[in-house]
Structures are given as structure tokens and as C-alpha cells.
Design a binder for this molecule. Structure first.
Ligand code: NAD
Length: 504
């Protein structure tokens, strides 16, 4: 691609040495919007030297199931900055999402997604919307650890870690400080997931206390998403976990005008990756109608990150001026409001024509500090006393009457361990379940120390040894029970490290 040569030439004229970056053209509309973005960066005098790598569909279909060649890993790790067009993950062939692999393998813990209304030039019901969503990028349900355990039941593990929460929450507060923002809202579902989302919320409260200059609030994700969709202007910076963040950032971009507008940064301690928030849009690929703004805004974030805010501002201002002049791609075009229906190519040319100009209505861009100015201190693990107090044994049992399995398991108790309860899909069904509860073939049977006093609330657990647990499993196996997995029950510094069954 000729862009490589031209970028090198322009860098020779400049005072600053060109920064090597990795680029990938991606799939679907990817090549169109990447060409547009590179052309604009080149015309704006970006001091970059791109190295092209192949990612995505072609690599998958050539037999590399990860979607990435080893040489591409080397290029990314060497250059540390990647601008990536969207890729297509082939469906139904068991391929893992390369996006998730890249984010997790490279430790890109923070996904920063700014979304701002472009009122009155791009139609939106929320003219004052200006929100930055900071999404945790490495864990949660996106760990992708799934198992089929019985005929009827599959499981996906939701992993939330203290270092993961600390990094992302601190990043959100630091981001707010660096970018002059005033409030950080945490979105969780800790009324249901008391340990996982509860940890995220707990860490949020701890870290918020270190930033008294920034307001903080926490909301339950369901009502928060509804409020984000109806009154987005009430939010400033939002910090949330991986899945919620993925969903709400698409909602936010769409209600601001189009999913095609928003760019994002994936920030790690070593590497940073910049991309549009949208996918490869195969429905419009090759038609010269795609909006390149999402990838262009990602490139603007990248230029700020590599210390070229001057070029970033120049591009952002030309882009804002183009939007103001009513030159719009089909996704944001509105009769009576827009002036010219632009193709990807004519929209790109319009931006290049306006390089050096400032917008008249929008506040001109002044991107000072980039995402790279935020440094997160290393995690320090606090050691707590961990005591084994029981075990949840998951059993595949085809019967339907909880009384039957419960009474049989009761007979297997010894003087060291006893059955405390059985749940089915989290709801207590033994002892004293109710007949209306629907039961599958997946029974969670909780065993605790025989002398534990579990009748009082909160129950007093007693320590058990791992050997007792193995004895129990052996008795279950000998009695013909199909044990599909176990989860040990621990207390940490005397605090329960497991949830109660619903109805327990
Ligand atoms: P999508 O974001 O590609 O498209 C959703 C809708 O938005 C489509 O109607 C599309 O035409 C429109 N759209 C998206 N970007 C646009 C743009 N720049 N201009 C105008 N209209 C635009 O989502 P999808 O259809 O669910 O996914 C398609 C593929 O993209 C899938 O293979 C998915 O796995 C992949 N994907 C990749 C990434 C990534 O690489 N970061 C992210 C999301 C999805």
C-alpha cells in the first residue's frame, strides 16, 4: 500500500520522528474505512509509519483458528500501537473472537468509548449527550469458559477479580481527572450477583473515596441502561464490567446518531489498540456507503496517545466542520437537515478539504493529554486467612423429586460432614422446597461440617479438611451418584466467600 511510503516521506519533513504503528484493514467495510482514515491522516501530516498485518476472516479460513499469524503478534508487541479495522468472526465454526483474544492476550484492560451528540447537525433526541463509557476489557463472562455439564445444562463462568476491578475503576477516576470530567457512575447488578458485581461495587466505593474532587454514584445496570437510553445527558464517565459495557456503549452510540460514529481505545500498560466500536457491517460492505467516522475517531485517539495531539486536533476539527456543513453518509443523512448525501469517498475528500479549518458551531477540538498519560499503580495483594468450611457438589440426576435425592444424600452423611441443602438452578428445593419449582437434571448439593450450626442466621460454619471432602466424594461415587463438579466453600478472614441459595 502506497500509504507507507507517503507517510515516511512526510515524516522526514517534520521535526518529530515518525512513530511506527501496526494497522489491519479488517473485513467487510474494514478496508474502505481504513483507506479513508489513512488518507485523512496522511493529508493532515500524521507522523506515522504504518506496518500492515492481516487479521480476521482470511486468516481464520486459511486454517489459523486464532485469526492471527505469529508474525502479527511480533509486530504488535514490537510497535505497541495498533489501529485496527473491524473483522468478521466466522459464525458456527467454533472460532474464538479475535477481538477478545487480542484484548486479553495484550492486557488491554480498559476500553474507552466516548460518545457525544453532534446536535443540531446529526439527528438525535439527546442534544446534550456527552458520555465516556469505560468498560472493563479482560474478564467477566468474556473469559469464555463454558461447559456442558448435563443433558439439560450448560454453564458460563463469570470471573471478576480484585486487580481487574481496581485497575478499571482507578482508570475511570484518573480519566475523569485528566479530561476535566466531574462525575463517575458505576453500573453493576450486585443486588443479584453479590460476590462478583458486589466486588466491583466495593472496589468502586474504596477508590471513589480517594477522589473527593470527583462525584461518584452507583446504579443497578438495568435501570441505568434505561436511563442512559432516555436521559444520557445525566451521565459523564461510566465505569462498568465487560458485558454491560459492551451493550451500553452500542446503545449510547446509536442514540447519539449512529453506531458508525464512535471510536474506541483499548488501553494496556504496554500496548494500546484503537478501533471503531462497530463491527464489519457485511450488509453494506463494498458499496462505498460506510461511515468512516468511528475508525477516524479511533485514529484521533491514537494520535493523541502517541503525542501528536496537534494532528489529532486538525483532523477532529476538519471532521466537525464537515459534519456542520451537512455532508453526511447515509447512516446519519436526514432530508431537510443534511445538505449532501456523501459516499465514503466523498465524505473523506470533504474532510481533507477542510483540514486546517475550525468548526463554526462546535467547540474546536483541544485534545491535550492522551490516554497514555494515565498510569495505574501495580496491584498489591492483601493476604487473608482462607478456611475450607464445606463443598458444593453438583450432581447430574435424572429424577424430578428433590425429596428423593435429598433423603438418599442424607444417608451418606458421616460424623464429619452433613448435607445442608440442595438447590436447583440456584433455588433451594431441599429441605422444605415447594412443589411449583421446576427442576432440571443439575443439582447443587451443599455439604458442611457435621457440627456446624446452620440453623441460626447467619450460620456458624466449622473448618473441614480436604481429606474429609475426598471421603465424601468417594462415598457419593460408590453410591452411584454422577458428580459433575465441585466448588469448595471458603471463608476469608471469617467472611463467607460463597452465596446462599435462593430461599436458604
Ligand atoms: P455491525 O456493527 O457490523 O453492524 C450493525 C449495523 O450497523 C449494520 O446494519 C451495519 O450496516 C451498521 N453499521 C455498522 N458500522 C457502520 C458504519 N461505519 N457506517 C454505516 N453503518 C454501519 O454488527 P454486526 O452486523 O452484528 O456484526 C458484523 C460482524 O462484525 C460480525 O462478524 C461480528 O463478529 C463482527 N464484529 C467485529 C467487531 C470488531 O472487529 N471490533 C465488533 C463487533 C462486531
Amino acid at each position: 500500500m502506497s500509504n507507507n511510503v507517503q507517510f515516511k516521506e512526510s515524516s522526514k519533513q517534520g521535526v518529530q520522528k515518525a512513530t511506527k504503528i501496526v494497522i489491519s484493514y479488517g473485513d467487510g467495510i474494514g478496508p474502505e474505512i481504513m483507506k479513508s482514515t489513512l488518507k485523512i491522516m496522511e493529508a493532515a501530516g500524521a507522523r506515522i509509519e504504518p506496518e500492515v498485518i492481516n487479521l480476521g476472516e482470511k486468516v481464520y479460513l486459511d486454517g489459523k483458528t486464532s485469526g492471527i499469524e505469529d508474525s502479527s503478534w511480533d509486530a504488535i508487541r514490537k510497535n505497541k500501537v495498533i489501529l485496527k479495522a473491524p473483522i468478521t468472526t466466522p459464525q458456527g465454526k467454533g472460532f474464538k473472537s479475535l477481538n477478545v483474544t487480542l484484548r486479553k492476550s495484550l492486557g488491554l484492560f480498559a476500553n474507552v468509548r466516548p460518545v457525544r451528540a453532534l446536535d443540531p447537525f446529526v439527528s438525535t433526541g439527546h442534544p446534550n449527550m456527552d458520555v465516556v463509557i469505560i468498560r472493563e476489557n479482560e474478564e467477566d463472562l468474556y473469559a469464555g469458559i463454558e461447559h456442558r455439564q448435563t443433558q439439560d445444562v450448560v454453564q458460563c463462568l463469570k470471573l471478576i477479580t480484585r486487580p481487574g476491578c481496581e485497575k478499571i475503576v482507578r482508570y475511570a477516576f484518573e480519566y475523569a481527572r485528566v479530561h476535566g470530567r466531574h462525575k463517575v457512575t458505576c453500573m453493576v447488578k450486585d443486588n443479584i450477583m453479590k460476590l462478583t458485581d458486589g466486588l466491583f461495587h466495593q472496589v468502586f466505593k474504596e477508590i471513589a473515596a480517594e477522589y473527593p474532587d470527583i462525584r461518584s454514584e452507583s446504579q443497578i445496570i438495568d435501570i441505568a441502561s434505561a436511563k442512559l437510553a432516555t436521559t444520557p445527558e445525566r451521565y459523564d464517565v461510566v465505569v462498568t464490567s465487560n458485558l454491560y459495557g459492551d451493550i451500553i456503549s452500542d446503545i449510547a452510540a446509536e442514540i447519539a446518531g449512529s453506531v458508525g460514529l464512535a471510536g474506541s481505545a483499548n488501553i494496556g500498560t504496554e500496548v494500546a489498540m484503537f478501533e471503531a466500536i462497530h463491527g464489519s457491517a457485511p450488509d453494506i460492505a463494498g458499496q462505498n456507503v460506510a461511515n468512516p467516522s468511528g475508525l477516524l475517531n479511533a485514529a484521533v485517539m491514537m494520535l493523541t496517545h502517541i503525542g501528536q495531539s496537534d494532528v489529532a486536533d486538525k483532523i477532529k476539527n476538519a471532521w466537525l466542520a464537515t459534519i456542520e456543513d451537512g455532508i453526511h453518509t447515509p447512516d446519519i443523512y436526514k432530508g431537510g437537515q443534511s445538505k449532501e448525501l456523501a459516499s465514503t469517498v466523498t465524505f473523506t475528500e470533504a474532510i481533507i478539504e477542510r483540514l486546517g479549518k475550525e468548526p463554526k458551531s462546535f467547540v474546536p477540538s483541544a485534545l491535550g493529554k492522551g490516554t497514555d498519560s494515565i498510569k495505574i499503580p501495580p496491584y498489591e495483594r492483601k493476604i487473608e486467612e482462607k478456611v475450607l468450611v464445606g463443598v458444593d457438589v453438583f450432581i447430574d440426576w435424572q429424577g424430578s423429586n428433590p425429596q428423593e435425592i435429598g433423603d438418599n444424600l442424607m444417608k451418606l452423611a458421616d460424623d464429619k460432614m452433613k448435607l445442608k441443602m440442595i438447590t436447583n438452578r440456584g433455588v433451594k428445593v431441599y429441605p422444605n422446597g415447594i412443589s411449583e419449582t421446576y427442576c432440571t437434571d443439575h443439582w447443587r448439593c451443599r455439604f458442611v461440617a457435621a457440627e456446624a450450626d446452620t440453623k441460626i442466621s447467619p450460620p456458624i460454619y466449622k473448618k473441614i479438611t480436604f481429606e474429609r471432602l475426598l471421603h465424601l466424594l468417594s462415598r457419593l461415587n460408590n453410591a452411584g451418584f454422577d458428580v459433575i463438579k465441585t466448588e469448595n466453600l471458603y471463608e476469608f478472614d471469617g467472611k463467607r466467600g460463597f452465596s446462599l441459595g435462593q430461599g436458604e
